[in-house]
Structures are given as structure tokens and as C-alpha cells.
Design a protein around this ligand. Structure first.
Ligand SMILES: Nc1nc2c(c(=O)[nH]1)N[C@H]1C(S)=C(S)[C@@H](COP(=O)(O)O)O[C@H]1N2
Ligand SMILES: [Mo]
Length: 201
């Protein structure tokens, strides 16, 4: 059975601005769960968030320090490559710009890595300029484990597989290295507005 409510598929919805729906997508009201493996459960006192790789000095924040960083609450639309989109989702977290503040790097790319072994690669430019966050709250509630809690990456302008659940760090790299789905045939960048679903799109 598909993890989304049946009946919306392919049916145009009158309450939705079509300009907000990327090509080939349909809108859902619920919040599907898509995980390639079991949900990891890392204790908060063992959790930290690390930026390392091609930086002048690696940085790492334990949970409490991460929560004390300047945060933002914002509302965005999200788009999964399996064709569902969810509009107007509200999140709280720390922007990647804030995390990178004061760091010196000549890296062009980033690998986001997660508890459980998931990785996804992005150009550094897709994570900066206020377009990406590490979020720990959804709809004013702590982020549920099945949706990536305690914290996940959120990169809403790219397909949702780039938004790594259970994210624990960003490794900055001089070369682009395909992540989990990118190595399995998904598009390297994944822009939903260009319908970059698979490697040859
Ligand atoms: N760690 C991890 N992150 C992940 C995934 C995963 O399997 N593991 N799946 C990706 C995919 S394909 C999608 S569509 C979204 C799903 O997020 P959700 O379960 O909160 O809807 O998470 C992305 N991030
Ligand atoms: Mo996905």
C-alpha cells in the first residue's frame, strides 16, 4: 500500500495555487514517511553536530549547545521524488549559514551524513544564502524520530531525499561525491522545478 492517502493522485485540487506545484507532482495533506532503513535512536547526550572535511578547523556542537544557536522558524513547501508535495510546512532550526559562520573553506561540495549510514551530496552553494537548515522542530513540536528527529537537514528547494534525516554532520569536500540515492541512479542535484529525478533527466 502506498504511504500516502489514496485518491489525491493525479486529481487537480482547487484550493492550491498551481504555480507552487513543480511538474509531475501532486499535493498531499498527510506527511508520508520514507526511510531506506530502520529509524536510528541516538540518545541526546550522545548526539552532536559536526562540520569537518575541507575547513580550517572542524567544529562540533553537543545537543544543548546546538539548541542554543540562533534559530529560525519558517514555512516552506517540500517535494519528494516519488511525486508527493506538501505545502506550507513549518519548521524550526539553525540555518547552514549560521553553522558555517567564521569557518574558512575552499570546498565546492558537501556530503551530509546521518546516523544509520545515509549520505547525500550537495553543492555548497545549495546549502547557503538562507536556503538550508538543520531543523529539530516541525509544526511547533519536537521533530518525530520517523521524520528524522532529533534533527534533520532541510533543503526545500531540492527533492526531499537531499533533506537527510537523523543528520549528524556536514563534511565539506573539494570534489563532488555521490551519496546514497545519487549512487543508486537518482539525479545528482535534484531540482524539482527542472524535474531532475534520475541521473539522465
Ligand atoms: N537518513 C535518511 N534520510 C532520508 C531518507 C532516508 O532513507 N534516510 N529518505 C529521504 C527521502 S527519499 C525522503 S522523500 C525524505 C522523507 O522524509 P519523511 O520520511 O520525513 O517524509 O527523507 C529523505 N531523507
Ligand atoms: Mo523521496
Amino acid at each position: 500500500m502506498p504511504p500516502f492517502s489514496r485518491g489525491f493522485r493525479g486529481r487537480p485540487r482547487r484550493d492550491v495555487d498551481p504555480a507552487r506545484i513543480p511538474p509531475g507532482q501532486y499535493v498531499v495533506d498527510d506527511f508520508p514517511v520514507l526511510s531506506a532503513g530502520p529509524t536510528p535512536r541516538t540518545a541526546l547526550d550522545e548526539w552532536s553536530f559536526t562540520i569537518d572535511g575541507a575547513v580550517d578547523r572542524p567544529v562540533s556542537w553537543p545537543w544543548e549547545e546546538f539548541l542554543a544557536l540562533p534559530s529560525e522558524t519558517f514555512t516552506v513547501d517540500i517535494h519528494c521524488v516519488t511525486k508527493w508535495s506538501k505545502l506550507g510546512t513549518s519548521w524550526t532550526g539553525v540555518s547552514v549559514d549560521t553553522l558555517l559562520e567564521g569557518l574558512d573553506t575552499e570546498a565546492s561540495h558537501v556530503t551530509a551524513w546521518s546516523d544509520g549510514g545515509y549520505t547525500t551530496n550537495l553543492p555548497l552553494a545549495d546549502l547557503t544564502s538562507g536556503r538550508a537548515w538543520v531543523v529539530y522542530s516541525f509544526a511547533d513540536q519536537p521533530l518525530e524520530a520517523e521524520h528524522g528527529g532529533p534533527a534533520r537537514l532541510l533543503v526545500p528547494h531540492l527533492y526531499f531525499w537531499k533533506s537527510a534525516k537523523w543528520v549528524r554532520g556536514l563534511t565539506l569536500t573539494a570534489q563532488d561525491e555521490p551519496g546514497f540515492w545519487e549512487s543508486a541512479g537518482y539525479h545528482n542535484r535534484g531540482d524539482p522545478w527542472k524535474e531532475q529525478r534520475y541521473w539522465n533527466d
